[in-house]
Design a protein around this ligand. Structure first.
Ligand SMILES: C[S@@+](CC[C@H](N)C(=O)[O-])C[C@H]1O[C@@H](n2cnc3c(N)ncnc32)[C@H](O)[C@@H]1O
Length: 248
């Protein structure tokens, strides 16, 4: 039998099975501190990026959103708060992240129209043409089989359904690029060690950002999965980007 093609976990070359195991291990370790660390690392800017994603998705009544790699629920909560008549299914492969998400939902009193499913983005446990919208925020970078995950997004969306991805991307502003590189590689792993008590998890974070395709390349991959009218919106000088596409 042929060996599976190697992939990357940060800057390390690993087998696909090893990547999935290592990513799961990272999120299992950081789950309880994940939300605090997001605020610390981004100075709270991740809230603005996520709000911008919700704004771009335009939540409306009777819309069913599938939020893949939904983790501790940030996108689901914002979506349901923007439109209480909508419905969200969060799917994530890590039971630890889902457990934190369920606790946060209870703390916020969000129980209606929300469900949590443990599953892999590249083999989604849903029938074809089930959802109006699909989102994946800071998740695609961690997925072992990106091509398959994009094809799965296409499969589970209804015809006319929309795909959205919020992810770290490539900074295109001179000056900011160098500053961002310094911040990522010199400071984030240190904050990760002091506050997150897990330097390796945050070293993986910055390496995975560096390895991820830029705005144009990701748009090509989304088109290859079958999506049309693919658009890209860079935020904060390209630190992150929102990609969207339609299944016709
Ligand atoms: C950085 S967190 C993002 C969580 C949330 N979307 C947010 O924006 O705060 C990445 C999430 O992707 C999940 N993940 C990684 N690989 C996955 C896969 N193949 N399928 C489903 N979830 C995956 C992890 O378990 C983790 O919860």
């Amino acid at each position: 039998m042929q060996e599976p093609k190697p992939t990357t976990f940060g800057f390390q070359e690993v087998s696909p099975a090893e990547k999935t195991r290592l990513v799961n291990d990272v999120f299992h370790r950081v789950a309880r501190r994940y939300d605090l660390m997001n605020d610390v690392m981004s100075g709270g800017i991740h809230r603005f990026w996520k709000n911008q994603l919700i704004h771009t998705m335009r939540p409306s009544a009777q819309t069913h959103l599938l939020d893949v790699a939904g983790g501790t629920g940030d996108i689901a909560f914002r979506f349901l708060q923007a439109c209480t008549q909508s419905h969200v299914t969060v799917c994530d492969m890590n039971p630890g992240m889902i457990e934190v998400g369920r606790d946060r939902a209870l703390d916020r009193g969000i129980v209606k129209n929300l469900e949590w499913v443990c599953g892999d983005a590249s083999v989604l446990p849903f029938t074809a043409s089930s959802f109006d919208l699909y989102s994946i925020a800071f998740g695609l970078r961690n997925v072992t089989f990106r091509e398959e995950a994009l094809r799965e997004a296409f499969r589970v969306l209804k015809s006319g359904g929309k795909f959205f991805c919020l992810e770290f991307s490539k900074v295109h502003v001179p000056g900011l690029k160098e500053l961002y590189h310094f911040y990522n590689f010199s400071l984030i792993p240190r904050f990760g060690a002091w506050i997150g008590q897990d330097r390796d998890a945050y070293q993986y974070l910055v390496e995975s950002i560096a390895q991820f395709p830029d705005q144009q390349q990701l748009a090509v991959e989304i088109r290859q999965a079958g999506f049309e009218a693919v658009q890209v919106q860079s935020l904060s000088g390209g630190i992150v980007a929102i990609h969207q596409g339609i299944k016709r």
